[in-house]
Ligand binder design. Structure first.
Ligand code: AMP
Length: 501
């Protein structure tokens, strides 16, 4: 049995748009997950963890708890701070164990139906699950399950896993879950809650992150260490790629669900996604971003008067650039913090507006100066084009632009919002044309070797790249089954993929 408390009922949700089901590669989720077992106020702890992970998804959030008898769930559209404020969420969501999720979707409608944690009453007992990442064969599996009689309630790829768990013939719940994991492909970090345990799982190559925390005798799972800092917990260790972790009354158990393969964590966690105060793969994200800026200054220097970061994501790299070049660093762009990240709004029109709402020029620092703008990345070029214009309008005599990561030429399929190649600026234009489109005096990107250097690796291993850097190189770490089926085998990356996978 489950007590479901939601801010809206399911009946409010519009019907599934069939296009959501066919455009598989477009339905992506960038998310944050958190789970805790053995805390008196598990839901309150989870709300705090999700609050620290808010940057990973701002469209919707939810918490599921288990009180020893019943599961409770609450799912909301909007921010954690709005959804779980006021009274203690543990009063509405009682129990010693809970999981939570922040969602960020880029296509399909933002509906409560797709909000996580998902919950199902299975023959084996209640099961709540939350997922960060994207499954590359979810639509193939979904078609098979539907043909077999399964009825789906959401368009989320996570629901495929729930159906696979339900159908597994294994006896123990965790084995059913592992059975399901062995059928899926892609990048994933799961947290799951049963009436006995908290389960965590990470994909074979560790594309998406998942970390174990500990405070006294209580264990927690989180997408990033900043969520552990928030609740004063210590980092226990990362969940290893291909590992399943079970936390229950008896403590913590580690299960190797997949044979070891070379790790390929997603490089974009360092470039943009993770919070700068998080430690990813043992490295400070802030320090890595500063080194990206330092190396950028060596590779593509600029003769300017002032270095201005595109806030907030460009700040550490701009500091690194300024320290390396000796050119003054100034906060020449002020960001309005009450507007969500540019990408959050699903339509181009609203996204355009979002950029204007978000940044304003600090004129006094800019007038008559040769300005270098530093950002972490250029994706569509929307932000950079507007910012260059804004700085010029504010009186700069020259505006130069540097990206602290290489040109993004390939879409992502593992849970980072990287649009189709047609919309990626660098996929369609050479450097000179991009510079003209941005309206800048000069444009420069960090090299792929520079990026690896910043992450503490002397050289990228061409046979087994140490990171999943597909957005820059087009070398995907897994097969892209849904994408390949959609493009009728026309995907030029496919031969590469199979080899690497
Ligand atoms: P664009 O305007 O499309 O070129 O996007 C570039 C801006 O979006 C930069 O300021 C980045 O910090 C930010 N950005 C990069 N990657 C992502 C992502 N996956 N999701 C949201 N924003 C991103």
């Amino acid at each position: 049995m489950i007590t479901t408390k939601t801010s809206q009922t399911r009946r409010d949700c519009p019907d599934i748009d069939p296009r959501e089901l066919t455009l598989s590669p477009k339905i992506r989720e960038e998310c944050g997950v958190f789970g805790v077992y053995g805390a008196d106020n598990a839901a309150a702890t989870t709300a705090l963890g999700l609050h620290a992970l808010q940057h990973r998804g701002q469209e919707a959030c939810g918490i599921a708890s288990f009180d020893g008898e019943k599961f409770h769930t609450e799912r909301h559209l909007g921010l954690v701070g709005d959804a779980f404020t006021g009274d203690d969420p543990s009063e509405r969501l009682p129990g010693h164990a809970a999981i939570g999720h922040n969602r960020y979707s880029t296509a399909g409608k933002t509906v409560l139906r797709n909000t996580q944690p998902l919950f199902a009453d299975l023959a084996a007992g209640g099961f709540a699950v939350a997922h960060n990442g994207h499954l590359t064969n979810a639509f193939q599996l979904r078609e098979q399950l539907v043909a077999d009689g399964a009825i789906f309630q959401s368009t989320s790829d996570t629901e495929v896993v729930v159906h696979l768990v339900a159908r597994s013939k294994r006896v123990q719940f965790v084995n059913k879950f592992i059975d399901a994991l062995r059928k899926i492909d892609g990048g994933f970090a799961f947290v799951g809650l049963t009436n006995k345990e908290l389960i965590g799982a990470r994909d074979r190559q560790g594309i998406r992150p998942l970390i174990i925390g500990k405070k006294d005798d209580t264990y927690m799972l989180a997408s990033e260490t900043c969520a552990l800092d928030m609740i004063d917990a210590e980092v226990f260790r990362e969940v290893e790629p291909g590992e399943v972790v079970v936390i229950n009354e008896s403590g913590i158990e580690f299960i190797r669900a997949f044979p070891k393969v070379p790790e390929r964590p997603c490089v974009f966690e360092f470039v943009y996604f993770a919070r700068p105060d998080s430690i990813v793969g043992g490295q400070s994200v802030y320090e890595v971003r500063k080194k990206m800026g330092q190396r950028l200054a060596q590779e593509v220097p600029a003769d300017v008067d002032v270095i201005i970061p595109v806030p907030d994501s460009g700040v550490p790299a701009a500091i690194g650039f300024a320290q390396e070049s000796g050119i003054p660093f100034e906060l020449g762009i002020i960001r309005n913090h009450y507007v969500g990240r540019t990408f959050i709004q699903p339509t181009q029109q609203i996204r355009d507006m979002g950029v204007r709402l978000k940044h304003s020029a600090n004129r006094k620092l800019i007038e008559g100066k040769r300005v270098l703008l530093v950002d972490d990345s250029i994706v569509r070029g929307t932000t950079s084009t507007k910012i260059v214009r804004m700085i010029r309008d504010a009186g700069a005599s020259e505006v130069h632009f540097r990206s602290a990561s290489p040109p993004i030429k390939h879409p992502d399929f593992y849970g980072v919002d990287m649009p189709n190649a047609e919309r990626l600026l660098a996929a369609n234009h050479d450097l000179e044309t991009m510079n003209q489109l941005l309206g800048s005096e000069s444009l420069g990107f960090l090299s792929i070797d520079g990026l690896y250097w910043a992450m503490g690796i002397e050289h990228r291993n061409a046979d087994f790249p140490q990171f999943s850097d597909h957005c820059f190189t087009g070398e995907y770490p897994t097969a892209l089954i849904d994408f390949d089926r959609k493009s009728n085998g026309q995907n030029p990356q496919m031969s590469l993929l199979v080899e690497v996978a």
